[in-house]
Design a binder for this molecule. Structure first.
Ligand code: ZN
Length: 123
């Protein structure tokens, strides 16, 4: 079994659900959810409510830390590359590619390049 981790929602323990009630008999408390995986926020939050709670509390700090968008970005041929994939049911192989959203040109990608967040054709 994979390791359990906690939901990162700052108020997770305040929501009343039966599965959050934990602890020894007579000393049970509402606790932050702990699971092997979560559906929301890149596997960090148990619910959209916890995801939104986190953003309300920390979102502005995170945006300021990583860089706030202060002017419009423009889509050009040079930055229009987006990663995609297509499952070929005949061969049972996943084909990864880069697609230019302006020129519609496609270029093949390896799965490693597809998963590498630093790999890009965009300038
Ligand atoms: Zn939660």
């Amino acid at each position: 079994m994979s390791e359990l981790k906690f939901c990162q929602g700052p108020n997770c323990h305040t929501y009343n659900t039966q599965d959050r009630v934990k602890g020894p008999q007579g000393n049970k408390t509402n606790q932050t959810r702990r699971r092997s995986s979560f559906y929301y926020g890149d596997d960090n939050f148990c619910s959209i409510a916890c995801y939104n709670d986190w953003f309300r509390e920390f979102g502005n700090q995170a945006i300021d830390h990583f860089g706030r968008t202060t002017e419009a970005k423009h889509l050009t041929e040079e930055n229009a590359w987006v990663k995609g994939y297509r499952w070929d049911h005949r061969t049972d192989v996943c084909q990864h590619h880069y697609l230019n959203k302006i020129t519609q040109e496609q270029r093949p990608l390896t799965e490693e390049q597809y998963n590498d967040n630093n790999y890009t054709l965009n300038n």
